[in-house]
Design a protein around this ligand. Sequence first.
Ligand code: 23J
Ligand code: MN
Length: 259
Amino acid sequence: MSATQVESLIDDLASGAVEVVDLTQPLSESTPVIKLPPPFANTPGLSRTEISMYDDRGPAWAWYTLEIGEHVGTHLDAPIHWITGRDGADVASIPPASLVGPAVVIDKTAETESDPGYLLTVDDLEAFEAEHGRIPERAWVLLRTGWGSRAQDEAAFLNVGENGPVTPGPDVEASRWLATERPISGFGVETVGIDAGAAGGFDPPFPLHNLLLGAGRLGLTQLASLDKLPITGALIVVSPLKLVGGTGSPSRVLAFVPR
Ligand code: 23J
Ligand code: MN
């Protein structure tokens, strides 16, 4: 991008020709977190304790200590989150250019409404490209399902049934395709994890974690407002904490959308 294009982007932001859309869910003590079945350990959500509250401990200031898992709320999965990516990047080592790129939205809202465990297939990915063109290099592929409308209701969001969680995501072959067939930066979802709810029972278990993170690519979860994005043409910016050795991080995620 030349200096001129950055200047024109600044002008477009001022005029409203480009809108900044926040793709981040609010982060609070009530933000739902994934619940793995026994015998696996689980992550804490967010909790806060006061350091001072305009009181004896600090008369003119308020501040908190946070306790939070790395994988809470709208968050990034780094390659080292998964054993297949253990020699890959931690959060601090991710090249910043991977955190900015074209957003490509695959809309499976209708399919997810009729089947909340909807599995994205290679046929879906190929049909998407036939209609909208080849997924570009460095793209963030975002699976739009409408699931974000459940984000404030833990039971509806996690949607755990008799046979475990029922949430949408890619099947094994679509996971392999996303990890190997296109040089994408990452894959983002509205649900609690990048894999489908049923994916713990797939072969391999959690195939998108296994294959995508194993290929050095990134995951992004619990996104909001994907319905405000065009199918192509938006720019996404992902901002994780620069956690040295981090396997993931709560992130602010923004999109630049032409209006
Ligand atoms: C650990 C094991 C399985 C899953 C996850 C974490 C996540 O969803 C995550 O945030 O990476 S599915
Ligand atoms: Mn995660």
